[in-house]
Design a protein around this ligand. Structure first.
Ligand code: G6P
Length: 483
């Protein structure tokens, strides 16, 4: 049933634009959510009148939902954005989010399994899969209740692959889009999933009128999976997939950096302060910096990045004492043991390099793990080299943000497996992310790049990086769905 006062535009994602922390005195503090998806979607702004449906992620969020009217959060907390937060039973949420979304679908799309031992799809997996279905159904119910007749609904990411199909059953009048912020797995790897699950995910997404991706490469992989797993037929130009009489249009929208916001924000006082602090930590006159900024995420390949830096110091003694690797690795998905282990490994390798090469007045690696956006911007501004070497990445916004913010030009070492490679590959120094030797070579090349050439390349990178800023990216999806 269409809601009488329903919204004309709706967005659905697991993580919403705001999350709440609960203080000891019972008070709730609202904080802006993080990650590429949230930064992209935040550009919608309150004026669009869209309703954003998201999940309560922790105790603070659950408490905020309890204090709200039916999960509609107070405008003061959301910067005016209309947000409906869903309080899904904690065990269902945990099984769907940690279990299926982050330990299965994320792993499949980023090719992260160590296949001699993982994955094992057993009874525990089946229980989690049922939770994933229930969690998707909760979103479909909420969207069906919030949407006006004929509204446009933009469903985001791998957490919510079943929502388009479920929502179409509940509300055939709606126009439904799905957007994937991750890569899509190639068919041979995708088929690690149990056959029924592999099919259900694809059917779910194909419930949409339009399924969109960050790059052509991920869109083509999705189409190949639809063909191989479902026997669906695809248009020759890759523009649509037809299955059981329903045609889903396929789109590509490469999310870009928000130049206006970044340039303004990166010149505020707190960023200047952090630049001074970083300069002091780096020390030494004329010393170079290699910067990386990531969630501590398996797919970001932080450990191989450190190993490549170690190899650079070994092979090229001329850089010893002349360069500092500033690595920001912010905690992520710490409920998962494999992420906790990875976080420890990152710290251990950084410590090893410092112990092996460090000396009075020079610490080769400066690792920071406390999330601080202002400090990230400070590092972007002064970086000589940015290292972006993911195993696989839907887009990677850091690669796009650095050239926009850089003060004097920054050489970009970029994995050919990042979505951003499609747009930035030409002016970056590209690497095979598994090849540590090649990455060490690329770091040397980047450090040695003449300043004027570096500045020229940075200008071109910034232009390519800002071709589709978040607000336009969002509008492009919406218009394409309505068109
Ligand atoms: C990626 C995903 C997003 C997710 C973000 C942060 O960018 O595509 O959907 O929100 O990672 O991960 P988290 O699990 O903390 O939401």
């Amino acid at each position: 049933m269409a809601s009488q006062h329903g919204a004309q535009v709706l967005v659905a994602s697991n993580r919403g634009p705001v999350s709440y922390a609960r203080g000891d005195d019972g008070s709730l503090t609202a904080k802006r959510g993080g990650g590429g998806l949230v930064s992209g979607l935040s550009a919608i702004g309150p004026d669009a009148g869209a309703v954003w449906v998201c999940a309560a992620l922790g105790d603070g969020d659950r408490e905020a939902v309890r204090r709200s009217e039916g999960g509609h959060l107070p405008a003061d907390d959301t910067g005016g954005q209309r947000v409906r937060m869903l309080d899904i039973a904690p065990d269902v949420f945990a099984a769907a989010y940690n279990g299926i979304a982050n330990s299965v679908l994320w792993f499949v799309h980023h090719l992260l399994y160590e296949t001699p031992l993982e994955p094992v799809f057993d009874a525990g997996f089946r229980e989690q899969w049922r939770a994933y279905e229930a969690y998707n159904a909760a979103f479909a119910d909420a969207l069906a209740a919030e949407a006006a007749e004929g509204a446009a609904v933009l469903v985001q990411d791998y957490h919510l692959t079943l929502v388009p199909g479920m929502l179409r059953e509940r509300r055939p009048d709606l126009r439904i889009g799905h957007f994937s912020h991750t890569p899509w797995a190639p068919p041979d790897y995708y088929r690690l999933l149990p056959d029924d699950v592999a099919a259900e995910v694809l059917r779910g997404v194909l419930g949409a009128d339009r399924a969109a991706f960050l790059t052509r490469r991920w869109a083509d992989a999705f189409i190949a999976c639809c063909r191989d797993v479902l026997g669906a037929s695809a248009a020759g130009d890759g523009g649509s997939v037809t299955f059981e009489g329903h045609t889903t249009r396929i789109g590509v929208h490469g999310l870009g950096a928000d130049a206006d916001f970044l340039r303004k924000r990166s010149h505020e006082a707190d960023v200047e302060e952090r630049m001074a602090a970083l300069r002091e930590q780096i020390g030494g006159r004329g010393r170079r910096t290699i910067v990386r900024v990531d969630r501590t995420e398996l797919s970001k390949n932080i450990v191989r990045g450190l190993l490549a830096y170690r190899l650079l110091l070994e092979r090229r003694p001329e850089w010893r004492g002349e360069v500092v690797h500033v690595a920001f690795a912010y905690p992520s998905r710490q409920d998962l043991a494999v992420y906790r282990d990875y976080t420890e490994r990152v710290q251990a390798v950084a410590d090893e390099i410092n112990a092996e090469f460090g000396r009075e007045g020079w610490q080769p690696v400066a690792l920071h793990v406390k999330d601080d956006f202002a400090r990230s911007l400070a590092a972007y501004r002064l970086a000589d080299v940015a290292l972006v070497n993911p195993i696989r990445d839907g887009m990677n916004l850091v690669a796009k943000e650095v050239p926009v913010v850089s003060d004097e030009g920054c050489a970009l070492v970029l994995s050919r497996e990042a979505g951003a490679y499609e747009e930035l590959g030409q002016d970056a120094i590209t690497v095979n992310p598994y090849d540590v030797e090649d990455t060490a070579r690329a770091l040397h090349e980047a450090l040695a790049l003449p300043r004027d050439e570096r500045a020229e390349r940075t200008k071109r990178l910034a232009a390519a990086a800002t071709a589709l800023p978040p607000a336009q990216w969002f509008m492009a999806q919406l218009r394409a769905l309505e068109g």
